[in-house]
Design a protein around this ligand. Structure first.
Ligand code: OAD
Length: 231
């Protein structure tokens, strides 16, 4: 059966009250990437980095999935083939909306990672500097999120999914961060039909077969209805 691969970004969670990175007043207007989202920034000032992610963890824990998250979960349930959601988001709103099979390529706010031994565990709501790893006791706990300069997670599995995709959709992402921004090219090479659903055209909008502009809570349920109606 025809496989659908969906890439999501911060825009799908915007209407759940979580700010995006690059829209006006977004996170990267308030914080310097090199301070809060790089391994070097964490080495320089772990307290600042933990404070940034602690604040985002608290905010994400309060957020509710919106109609776009819920529609994608419905597509997963009702589509006769496989529907893989690959997200750049570190919130868990896809899962809260009922989705399964979600690939968190940039990690998860809900996760902690030991920088020494690689052990992973569920992060407390607030992480502290030099927290000991429950497995090896090294004081090197960090958020299990991918920073600039680090390799995103699950890349082999993602490229395998893209190679088998009949449809590829990119939702709520500006297309400014690689490798995610290049997934549309991979999908096209595999012969997939490609569609972008975004508030504004992304940097790579011209590459897609179709672009639908508007808020995700409106465009995504409509797109899902159309797909399910046509099969
Ligand atoms: P951006 O902030 O770069 O882009 C958000 C996109 O969502 C923009 O293209 C907006 O037009 C769109 N958008 C905003 N509100 C929307 C809405 N209600 N409905 C639909 N679209 C909407 O966020 P990302 O593309 O996710 O990585 O950013 C990619 C990566 O850059 C993030 O995962 C993060 C960041 O730095 C790391 O931290 C490693």
């Amino acid at each position: 059966m025809e496989k659908i691969v969906i890439l999501t970004g911060a825009g799908i969670s915007a209407e759940s009250g979580l700010g995006t990175f690059r829209d006006e007043g977004g996170l990267w207007a308030q914080h310097r990437i090199e301070d809060v989202a790089t391994p070097e920034g964490f080495a320089r000032n772990p307290a600042l980095v933990h404070a940034f992610y602690n604040a985002r963890r608290v905010q994400a824990a309060k957020a509710k999935p919106n109609d776009a998250h819920i529609a994608l979960a419905r597509l997963q349930r009702d589509w006769p083939g496989e529907v893989v959601i690959v997200t750049q988001n570190v919130d868990s709103l896809h899962e809260a909306g009922g989705a399964e099979n979600v690939v968190h390529m940039h990690g998860l706010l809900a996760g902690a990672l030991c920088a020494s031994c690689g052990h992973r565990w569920t992060s407390p709501p607030e992480m502290a500097v030099a927290e000991p790893c429950p497995a090896c006791a090294a004081p090197t706990a960090r958020p299990d999120v991918v920073w600039f300069g680090e390799m995103p997670y699950y890349m082999d599995a993602i490229y395998d999914h893209l190679a088998g995709a009949a449809f590829f959709a990119s939702i709520g992402t500006s297309g400014q961060v690689y490798p995610a921004a290049a997934f549309v090219h991979e999908a096209r090479l595999s012969g997939a039909q490609t569609i972008e659903l975004n508030l504004d055209p992304s940097d790579g909008a011209s590459v897609f077969d179709q672009v639908i502009l508007g808020p995700a809570t409106e465009t995504v349920p409509r797109w899902v209805d159309g797909l399910l109606g046509s099969h």
